[in-house]
Design a protein. Sequence first.
Length: 155
Amino acid sequence: MARSTRDSTTSEQRLDIMKSFYTVMFLLSLASAAFAREESILARVTSYWAGEGPKYASTGRRLCAGHCAVDPKRIPYGSKVVFPDRACTAVDTGPAVVSRKAARLCGRTASQLKAIVVDRFFETKREAMAWTNTHPHFMTVQIVRPGSHSEPPEP
């Protein structure tokens, strides 16, 4: 009789272990969904400025320093694009950004040729040219999608 009690205890322990295992797996899947909102990606970074085009982004927002243009199919509007010196908000797009023209024209490696294009907005041409001349054409940027728990700080 002691043996059947031992078997039943072992079965209960196995059931408890399985429940714990499935609970942990479920929680990990939730955590991975939260972290999936962030990614690092290679980008060809270009710049544009206030006198070069319209004053308003394709989303209707007035353009200002800290905004950038992206392909909204790859980076949703409202996402933060984190550069080495600051985080910019994705509010605009354009045909050259979507077609990745700048990456296809100056990329040398396979990864550069496949890179996305992020067009960073500046208030003046002088600011845009100064930033462009002091930073590499291709860089890894972090994308923080809207609703992510780890919004980057604004400098």
